[in-house]
Design a protein around this ligand. Structure first.
Ligand code: GLA
Length: 420
């Protein structure tokens, strides 16, 4: 048999087996929830800027910076160590899971305690494989032991990453590996938010929420680009690719279980030690931040927070945009109009108001018109418009609202009904 025939025979056998596997009792298990992440997690993660070049000093300085620059008070709670905190590279069957004592001389508990003392939370990273994506020892077969270790350190968030170790795994295997860690974490009775990171392969939005998983990546890693032609290295997604990837997935995301569009690239400016990409303009980073807020993605900053310029800090701390993301209704924005490069996204909010993003993906400034009846199916006779980047009420209208939107900008508006 040729290789391709062998592959298709294997695919057929898997297709025949799939209904049997799915009807097994384990798959029919009752949905479980840890009751956490009722709004999308907000914080910082070490990966996008630093890769595995992380140490105790960086984490302490980052926590201090978030307190001093107002990010903690704007809602950024989690400080998450991504891959690279571990002592050993190589297979778990040969090496234990321990923190690197040179880079983390006072241990991980010291950092979790430090975060807690500053009113923040602390996250860590592992994966179900023998090794993690960056080649460090994974948690395969040691889920109960590792969950206990993380809880003993005071961990509040786990990014559990299988996109390198189980890239081709079928859904029942993914459910088993993530379900095992989810149950192990819940057994700690500590309240640990679980991120199932699998690059969107295996459609986690269809099954992860029922297993107590709080967020799952919808695509491959983001690159530091707004709109790169094609995929960099045939792998990375830019901002617009990632946004498009979420279209149609909105209904799977809500309080306790979120589509994760990946960590923010705001402020990387093409200087990341880890991510590919040339960087983006301030307008593009604001658009990226606005759209992640609108669609209800976790907002995990990825830049070096110890040295932010004023524009970047203003983006991160725009409380009116953050309020859209943290709205208790937890309804992700949907694309309600698509005129090619001019698109309208809308999000209903708990107080009955609506958030709208007028997104100009094109290369020229354009006039964009929002019609409440046509775009939002709203019958309000009069409405007040507030601009969430200019922090201004623009006016009260009883006709469609038209405004100029520059290239790559998202004008983000909040609309309130006005009584007659
Ligand atoms: C994968 C993930 C990234 C990061 C790295 C760490 O690529 O998608 O977000 O966690 O692994 O090795």
């Amino acid at each position: 048999m040729t290789t391709s025939l062998l592959r298709s025979a294997r695919r057929c056998a898997l297709a025949l087996l799939a209904p049997l596997v799915l009807s097994m009792p384990a798959a029919a298990a009752k949905p479980v929830s840890n009751g956490l992440a009722l709004t999308p997690p907000m914080g910082w993660s070490s990966w996008n800027n630093f890769g595995d070049s992380i140490d105790e000093k960086l984490i302490v300085e980052t926590i201090d910076a978030m307190v001093a620059n107002g990010m903690r008070d704007a809602g950024y709670q989690y400080v998450n160590l991504d891959d690279g905190w571990q002592r050993y590279k190589g297979n778990r069957r040969d090496r234990p899971l321990e923190f690197d004592p040179v880079r983390f001389p006072r241990g991980i508990k010291y950092l979790a305690d430090y975060a807690h003392a500053k009113g923040m939370k602390f996250g860590i990273y592992s994966g179900p494989g023998q090794t993690t994506c960056a080649g460090y020892t994974g948690s395969e077969g040691h889920e109960a032991e590792d969950a206990k270790l993380f809880a003993s350190w005071g961990v509040d968030h786990l990014k559990y990453d299988s996109c390198c170790s189980h890239k081709e795994a079928p859904v029942p295997v993914l459910k088993t590996i993530f379900g095992t860690m989810s149950r192990a974490l819940m057994a700690q009775r500590r309240g640990i938010v679980l991120h199932a990171c699998h690059c969107g392969w295996g459609q986690p939005w269809e099954w992860a929420a029922d297993m107590g998983i709080n967020h799952w990546r919808i695509g491959q890693d983001i690159s530091d680009d707004f709109d790169y032609p094609g995929n960099r290295e045939k792998y990375y997604f830019d901002v617009l690719d990632t946004l498009d990837r979420g279209i149609g997935l909105e209904k799977h995301s809500g309080p306790g279980h979120w589509n994760d569009y990946d960590m923010l690239i705001v402020g990387l400016n093409g200087r990341s030690k880890e991510l590919v990409g040339a960087g983006a303009s301030n307008v593009e980073y604001r658009t990226h931040f606005s759209m992640w807020a609108m669609v209800g993605s976790p907002l995990l900053a990825g830049a070096d927070l110890r040295s932010l310029d004023a524009d970047t800090l203003a983006t991160f701390t725009n409380k009116e945009i953050i309020a859209l993301n943290q709205d208790p209704l937890g309804k992700p924005a949907e694309k309600v109009r698509d005129d090619g490069v001019l698109q309208v996204y809308a999000k209903e909010l708990a107080d009955g108001s609506y958030a709208v993003a007028l997104l100009n993906r094109g290369s020229a400034t354009a006039d964009m018109t929002l019609s409440l009846r046509r775009d939002l199916a709203l019958t309000w006779k009069k409405y007040r418009v507030r601009d969430l980047w200019r922090h201004q009420d623009i006016g009260t209208y009883d006709i469609p609202f038209t405004t100029e939107v520059i290239s790559h900008e998202a004008r983000v508006l909040r609309l309130y009904p006005v009584a007659e």
